[in-house]
Design a protein around this ligand. Structure first.
Ligand code: HMG
Ligand code: MG
Length: 298
C-alpha cells in the first residue's frame, strides 16, 4: 500500500551549499535553482537568512531571491532563525519560511547560540508573523535520532520540541537526521511515538546520508505512510555545526526509487541529472549522488 503521490523538497541550494568552502557565484546559484524548478520540483529551499558570519556561503540570500525566476506552481522557501531573518525573508517575498532548532541542547546552542528554552519564544514570534503574512511554515527539528555532541536522542526529547513548534503555528515538522547516523529501527521508534500524536501529512523526513542509511530510512518512513521528504540534488550538503555530517540523500537517487516503485513524481530525472552535473562542475569535485556517478560512467 504505497502512496499515490509524494512531495519532495530540494534543499540543495540551502543545506547543500551552506557547507561548501568553494564560493558559488550568485548567478550560478540562481541557475541551479531555476534548473531545479524546470525539472518539475514543486518545493525548493533557496537559501538562509542567517548571520553571514555563521554561514558565509549563503551571504547572498537576498540577491538570490531577487534574481531567481518565480514559477507560479513552485514553493520557494528559506531558513530563518529569528526576527531579523524573517524581515529579510518577507522582503524577499518567498512562499515559505523554515524555522529550525534541535532536540538536543548542545547542538541547539552550537548552531543558533541559544538554549532550547530560549529558542521557543523567538521561534513562536517568527511563526506568528509568518502566518499573518500567509507563509507556509516548516519547523525543522535537528538531531532527532543522534546528536554529534550528546549521542543518542530519545523520542521524549523530540516530542516537546515538535509540540512547541506545532502549537506556535508551524504547518509542518521536518525531522532531521542531522549527522546521518540513524538506522531504520530508530526511525520506527520515533515515528511510533509521533504518529500517535500527529497525522502523517504533518511530518517531513530529512535524511543525511553519512553512513549510506538514508534510503533504508526513507523506505521505512514511506512504509509508515510518510509522503514528504527533503533531499538535495547531487547529494550535496551537511551542517557546519554538526561535525562529520555528510550531504542529504540525493534527489536523483530518491527519484530513482520512487519511479521504480511506480510512484509518480512529475519530476524529470534527466533535468535533475543535468542540474547535478552543473553544480558539480561549479564546485569542481565529485558529488556523492549514485545516479549522477552512474550517468557519468556510461
Ligand atoms: P547571535 O550572535 O546569537 O545573534 O547569533 P544575536 O541575536 O546576538 O545578534 C548578533 C548580531 O547578529 C547582531 O548584529 C544582529 O543584528 C545580527 P550587530 O548588532 O552585532 O551588528 N543578526 C543577524 N544578521 C543577519 N541575519 C540574521 C541575524 N540575526 C542576528 N538572521 C544566530 C544567532 C541564530 C543569528 C546565529 O547563530 C546564526 O545565524 N546561526 C545559523 C546557523 C545555521 O545556519 N546553521 C545551519 C542550518 S541548520 C541545519 O543545517 C540543520 C537542518 O538542515 C536540519 C538537519 O539536517 O538536522 C535544517
Ligand atoms: Mg540538514
Amino acid at each position: 500500500n504505497l502512496p499515490d503521490k509524494i512531495y519532495l523538497k530540494d534543499v540543495g541550494p540551502r543545506d547543500g551549499l551552506q557547507n561548501e568552502e568553494t564560493w558559488i557565484e550568485t548567478e550560478d546559484k540562481v541557475t541551479m535553482i531555476d534548473k531545479l524548478a524546470q525539472s518539475g520540483l514543486k518545493e525548493i529551499e533557496i537559501s538562509s537568512f542567517v548571520h553571514p558570519k555563521w554561514i558565509p556561503a549563503l551571504s547572498d540570500a537576498r540577491e538570490v531571491a531577487r534574481q531567481i525566476q518565480r514559477y507560479p506552481d513552485v514553493n520557494y522557501s528559506a531558513l530563518v532563525p529569528n526576527q531579523k531573518g524573517l524581515e529579510h525573508a518577507l522582503e524577499a517575498d518567498l512562499d515559505g519560511i523554515s524555522v529550525f532548532m534541535s532536540a538536543s541542547e548542545t547542538h541547539n546552542q552550537k548552531n543558533i547560540n541559544k538554549t532550547i528554552d530560549e529558542t521557543y519564544p523567538v521561534l513562536r514570534d517568527v511563526i506568528e508573523v509568518a502566518k499573518q503574512e500567509n507563509k507556509v511554515v516548516t519547523g525543522y527539528v535537528s538531531t532527532v535520532f543522534d546528536c554529534p555532541f550528546e549521542g543518542r536522542t530519545k523520542p521524549e526529547q523530540v516530542i516537546p520540541v515538535c509540540e512547541q513548534l506545532l502549537e506556535s503555528g508551524a504547518d509542518y515538522l521536518s525531522l532531521g537526521d542531522t549527522i546521518g547516523s540513524a538506522v531504520p529501527s530508530q526511525v520506527e521508534a520515533l515515528l511510533d511515538e509521533l504518529l500517535k500524536r500527529y497525522p502523517e501529512e504533518k511530518l517531513i523526513m530529512h535524511f543525511h546520508d553519512t553512513r549510506g542509511m538514508a534510503m533504508a530510512n526513507l523506505l521505512t518512513s514511506l512504509n509508515y505512510g510518510i509522503t514528504h521528504f527533503d533531499s538535495s540534488v547531487g547529494g550535496l550538503g551537511g551542517c557546519p555545526y554538526a561535525p562529520g555530517a555528510a550531504g542529504n540523500v540525493a534527489t536523483e537517487d530518491v527519484l530513482y526509487l520512487f519511479h521504480g516503485l511506480g510512484i509518480e513524481t512529475g519530476i524529470s530525472m534527466d533535468h535533475l541529472l543535468d542540474t547535478a552535473e552543473f553544480i558539480q562542475s561549479k564546485l569542481g569535485k565529485r558529488l556523492p549522488s549514485k545516479s549522477l556517478t552512474h550517468q557519468l560512467s556510461r
